[in-house]
Design a protein around this ligand. Structure first.
Ligand SMILES: *[C@@H]1O[C@H](CO)[C@@H](O)[C@H](O)[C@H]1NC(C)=O
Ligand SMILES: *[C@@H]1O[C@H](CO)[C@@H](O)[C@H](O)[C@H]1NC(C)=O
Length: 552
């Protein structure tokens, strides 16, 4: 449709169809839609019939001003095509599921629930930190559900439209240039609270049970022969290309860490690799395409030591200016050759003493000293890797709209708690760029995709380009420890009554290609109170989002 008037009319018709869904007065039509609309496609068919009815009296409400807004028009054009989805939308009350959530998240007997479909549009656009969406997030108010009752199925509101870039999917990652070394204990490997198995299945496989070419060399401490075999089988069954070894119990932790370098370098598959990567058992790579694109900019035929500093100046002052290993340390093969050659002299008692920052000998320091004292090579900073030496509520980081190349320290203890394996599932439906991408609706909600759905009841009047300071540095926190890495953070909205959020606890890849996300909020969450301490919403609540793939 090249003619702008025709396009405008077309767009207006579309807007009206969406509007018709919310029309309270025309119950017959709503009933008809309810009966027939099993899928997004059918919703649109039903709506078109409504528009086509001459008695409806909509015919002349064409808003020509929209003609000027090219982006909006393109979106509307695309809407028409995309709503031709083959995936049925169901907005029923699956009490079995709701009871399971209640159990799992310790919810009240009566809690708030809403479900919304989101239709992904993969467009020729760059990844945006924040995308304005035309429709409200709340098509209707939250439903209060009592776990002991039954509720009739309802009509789904039309899906929200989320334009995203045409970024690549996790299934097409080719990680065969990389070999990763991780040293951990068998106990941490098997404990459900610390096991990295699910996370590795994300960034070391295609998501369908096959290796993505990345090699994992796993060194396990305190493991019997049987334990090593168990670990191998568990990982291999998921499609992870792994070799499992026992770590040398006679070495201290810092040396076991440095020893990963010769272990990788002497591995028979090293000749096929460009990057040997040392990481922790809680290092996570959420967007591997972006990561390998970035690494491709460096010359792997030269000695290269690539990583990132801690975000906390205190930690740099204490431990030194070096790659902080939890964010991932990328060594080119010639760099690893040098460390391997000098390994014995880099782990003498003197060196171990020198690597003691006051917090015991540090593997990161041993590696830095080994490189700096034996070559002219210095660290190449890759600041999109994140060590995440953050404490407290990490929301301000994950809600910032950035595309981190690595994540770390998300297993609680003194650090933060996060669920990156669940966060990144949405990448299988909309591409890896859309993880943590933000969508803002006119009713003041922001979906930080995969992490949270936040409502700002008093409006969004702050700088979305800055991190919200919901987290803090470890003691001693001077108030500006993190500023060199993150910029000064805008004030936290905790306990102001200006923000309330539902945080992602689980996500599921459905058989039909869609992805479901479960965002949970507790009524007694200490963060979501007004300045006088009264809770913003006393009831617990669940937001369920289902992302529909672009089938165009
Ligand atoms: C809608 O889907 C059907 C098949 O389900 C296809 O034949 C048709 O071309 C699609 N229409 C558009 C506009 O994409
Ligand atoms: C993956 O990359 C390697 C080396 O970069 C290349 O040899 C191989 O053919 C690639 N595999 C696929 C499936 O594209």
């Amino acid at each position: 449709m090249r003619n702008p008037i025709a396009r405008a009319i077309f767009l207006a018709a579309l807007m009206l169809c969406l509007g018709a869904l919310f029309l309270q007065t025309d119950l017959d039509v709503r009933e008809a839609i309810k009966k027939t609309a099993a899928s997004a496609k059918e919703v649109i068919v039903a709506q078109s019939q409504r528009i086509g009815n001459p008695e409806a009296g909509w015919g002349t409400r064409v808003d020509i001003s929209l003609q000027q807004d090219e982006e909006r028009r393109e979106l509307a054009m695309a809407q028409a095509t995309i709503l031709n989805s083959s995936i049925p939308m169901t907005c029923d009350y699956d009490m079995e599921k709701l009871r399971r959530w209640r159990q799992q998240y310790n919810l009240q007997e009566t809690f708030e629930y809403m479900k919304r479909y989101i239709q992904v549009f993969r467009e020729n656009i760059p990844r945006k930190s924040i995308t304005n969406v035309d429709e409200n997030f709340l098509a209707q108010d939250f439903k209060l559900v009592n776990i002991n009752e039954q509720y009739p199925a309802e009509m789904c509101p039309p899906p929200l439209i989320a334009p995203v870039s045409k970024s690549r999917f996790p299934s097409t990652v080719n990680a065969s240039d990389f070999m990763f070394g991780v040293s951990t204990t068998y106990k941490r490997f098997t404990d459900p609270r610390t096991s990295p198995v699910n996370e590795w299945s994300y960034w070391l496989t295609d998501g369908y049970g096959h290796s993505n070419g990345g090699k994992l060399v796993l060194l396990l401490l305190d493991a019997s022969d049987e334990d090593l075999e168990n670990a191998y089988n568990k990982l291999a069954n998921l499609g992870i290309d792994v070799d499992v070894y026992r770590s040398d119990p006679n070495q201290i932790m810092a040396v076991r860490y440095l020893a990963l370098v010769p272990k990788l370098y002497n591995h028979p598959e090293r000749s096929r690799k460009k990057w040997l990567v040392i990481c922790d058992d809680d290092t996570f790579f959420p967007s591997f395409h972006a990561l390998s694109d970035r690494l491709r900019q460096y010359d792997y035929t030269h000695p290269m030591y690539i990583g990132t500093l801690s975000e906390d100046v205190n930690n740099i002052q204490r431990h030194g200016s070096q790659a902080f290993g939890g964010a991932g340390v990328f060594l080119s093969v010639p760099m690893a050759a040098l460390v391997t050659e000098k390994f014995e002299s880099c782990k003498t008692d003197d060196k171990i003493l020198e690597a003691n920052s006051g917090w015991g000998p540090q593997g990161d320091i041993l590696l830095r000293k080994c490189i700096y004292e034996n070559s002219e090579i210095k660290l190449t900073l890759l600041p999109d890797l994140w060590q995440l030496d953050l404490m407290g509520d990490p929301s301000g980081f994950y809600e910032s709209g950035i595309q981190p190349l690595s994540l770390h320290h998300y297993r609680g203890g003194i650090w933060h708690v996060a669920h990156p394996w669940h966060y990144t599932k949405v990448a299988y439906v909309c591409g890896e760029d859309c993880t943590f991408q933000r969508f803002r609706t006119p009713d003041n909600f922001i979906i930080a995709n995969g992490f949270s759905v936040a409502q700002y009841p008093q409006g969004i009047d702050f700088d979305l380009g800055q991190f919200e300071g919901t987290f803090h540095a470890a003691p001693e926190d001077k108030g500006w420890n993190l500023d060199f890495a993150m910029g000064p953070q805008r004030p936290s909205l905790h306990r102001t009554g200006r923000k309330i959020s539902w945080d992602l606890q689980e996500a599921t890849r459905n058989d039909d290609g869609s992805v479901s996300q479960v965002y949970v909020r507790k009524g007694d969450d200490w963060r979501w109170v007004r300045p006088d301490g009264s809770p913003m919403r006393e009831k617990d609540g669940i937001v369920e989002l289902v992302w529909l793939p672009d089938e165009r």
